[in-house]
Design a protein around this ligand. Structure first.
Ligand SMILES: Cc1cc2nc3c(=O)[nH]c(=O)nc-3n(C[C@H](O)[C@H](O)[C@H](O)COP(=O)(O)OP(=O)(O)OC[C@H]3O[C@@H](n4cnc5c(N)ncnc54)[C@H](O)[C@@H]3O)c2cc1C
Length: 463
């Protein structure tokens, strides 16, 4: 019997007043009963519009049908056909602007909780099934991947399944890219990413950590001296942008990138058990309105800040963060100051003491399709602060471009590719944030998969 409830089955979450003091996962996941109930809200409609909203084309109605019948293993297999990181995507994909946006149930209520179901299936599988990876017949051809974020991992998985000898080169001492160093534990437990990476290693993928391509070895050396037939650049967009306003060099100003890396990768929240420290004052301003800003603000709160502000120059409707993250941040006590733009960070004796802002109003549409914020003259004011975290965007690190002749890039640093990830340099492919600029996990994975197919075609043509 179809479940006609217009609302999604509620996701159990930790109480906001407790969770804003710990780093445990906020949403605790569906039980088998809840998942089966929610799956029965799917109408399995003829045109299946949800699939076209998924950048990796997961066969959503089929996997949900299996969940509805209690066949969780089969549901996992269907998802895993096209998505190698379902436990990650079920947690962090912006479903409201992808698969769930096109769900027919959303016309007269809430869409089916596709992300919640994907997460349930992936978690159920991890808990109940011992993976028996089938190593494919090796073809002896070496493929190099630079960067171990979702783009690199997805590309590696597809190439390994085709029998290639795949090595990932990763600059950090831990694999996973933003999944490990950026997104906090309370949204994406690291054990999940580690398990997903282990399943790639079972397929034969090798990961070389602490390997900065462009410093220790160049792409040309990988191809000419180490006989890699093709290379996939998946180095992400890890270079933080700053506002260029006075006071950004004061002590107490962080880029969100550094702040989150210290917390997530270096486990600063477990000091002194781990060596890295982080100083967060009583009043913290986070500048920006995306997922990165929400993560930084929620981490600051968990590290003991009394008042944490999101300072954003447009209105809440224009915030690029996932709706769920905005909702959770508010529940946890983060204060939103929208239509507010910093013009100066104020300090004394080289330390932050405040942030000077102006009030904004929304004008005409700009090239991004959003209403342009303009300054209200004479609206300056100062908010007292101890810490300021800048989360206004990231761009690709210029190292690869600087050390790879003939690799064409845009002025802002993104690598230029065709639709299948081919760059201007023969045998060199690229995808993910290194090409698009800061985007999403699932788009990076989609790019990794497309490039894997193109690299396979390229290698076959060289034979
Ligand atoms: C804090 C934060 C929160 C986010 N939240 C979400 C979310 O909720 N949902 C969502 O969909 N997206 C989110 N995103 C965006 C998403 O994580 C990225 O779009 C995605 O990770 C990009 O994947 P990627 O593989 O291209 O790059 P990355 O994940 O950045 O991985 C690139 C990897 O390459 C390595 N590398 C870089 N240069 C070199 C080199 N020269 N040699 C060797 N290795 C190198 C880096 O160390 C890194 O490990 C978030 C991003 C951040 C920063």
């Amino acid at each position: 019997m179809a479940n006609l409830n217009p609302e999604k089955t509620q996701m159990p979450v930790q109480n906001p007043d407790e969770r804003n003091k710990n780093f445990d996962e906020v949403a605790t996941g569906y039980t088998e009963e809840m998942a089966t109930d929610e799956a029965q809200r799917c109408l399995n409609c003829k045109h299946k519009p949800c699939i076209s909203g998924c950048p990796v084309n997961v066969n959503i109605p089929s996997f949900i049908k299996e969940v509805g019948q209690g066949n969780f293993k089969r549901a996992y297999e269907i998802i895993n056909d096209t998505n190698s990181l379902p436990a990650v995507c079920g947690r962090v994909c912006p479903q409201e602007s992808q698969c769930e946006k096109y769900c027919v149930r959303a016309i007269k209520g809430e869409s089916v909780g596709i992300g919640r179901l994907e997460r349930f299936v992936a978690d159920w599988y991890m808990k109940n099934i011992e993976p028996k990876p089938q190593k494919p017949e090796p073809n002896g051809i070496k493929m190099a991947i630079i960067g171990s974020g979702p783009a690199g991992l997805a590309c590696a998985g597809d190439l390994a399944k085709l029998g290639y000898d795949v090595t990932i080169f990763e600059a950090f001492h831990v694999a996973g890219g933003v999944l490990m160093y950026g997104i906090p534990q309370f949204r994406l437990p690291k054990e999940i990413v580690i398990k997903e990476i282990e399943s790639l290693e079972h397929l034969g993928v090798k990961i070389e950590l602490n390997a900065v391509v462009g410093k220790m070895i160049s792409i040309e050396q990988l191809m000419e001296e180490e006989s890699f037939k093709a290379v996939f650049i998946a180095t992400g967009a890890g270079l933080p942008s700053f506002m260029g306003i006075p006071g950004e060099n004061l002590c107490g100003v962080y880029s969100a990138n550094e702040f989150l890396t210290r917390i997530n990768l270096m486990k600063a929240y477990k000091f002194p058990e781990f060596d890295t420290r982080i100083k967060v004052g009583q009043r913290v301003a986070v500048v920006g309105g995306g997922n990165v800003a929400m993560d930084a603000a929620r981490c600051a709160k968990r590290l003991g800040a009394k008042e944490v502000y999101i300072i954003y120059r447009r209105s809440e409707a224009e915030m690029p963060a996932r709706l769920e993250e905005i909702h959770h941040a508010k529940q946890e006590g983060i204060i939103f100051r929208v239509l507010t733009n910093p013009v100066r960070i104020v300090g004394e004796h080289n330390f932050v003491t405040g942030i000077e802002c102006v009030q904004m109003e929304l004008g005409k549409m700009d090239e991004s399709g959003r209403r342009r914020p303009t300054v209200i003259e004479g609206s300056e004011f100062i908010l007292d602060m101890d810490t300021v975290i800048i989360a206004i965007g990231q761009s690709p690190n210029p190292l690869i471009k600087a050390t790879t002749p003939d690799l064409h890039t845009y002025g802002w640093g993104g690598i230029i590719t065709d639709d299948s990830g081919r760059t201007s340099k023969p045998g060199v492919f690229a995808g993910g944030d290194a090409v698009t600029g800061a985007a999403t996990v699932i788009l990076a994975m989609g790019a990794g998969k497309v490039a894997a197919a193109a690299m396979d075609e390229y290698a076959k043509r060289l034979k």
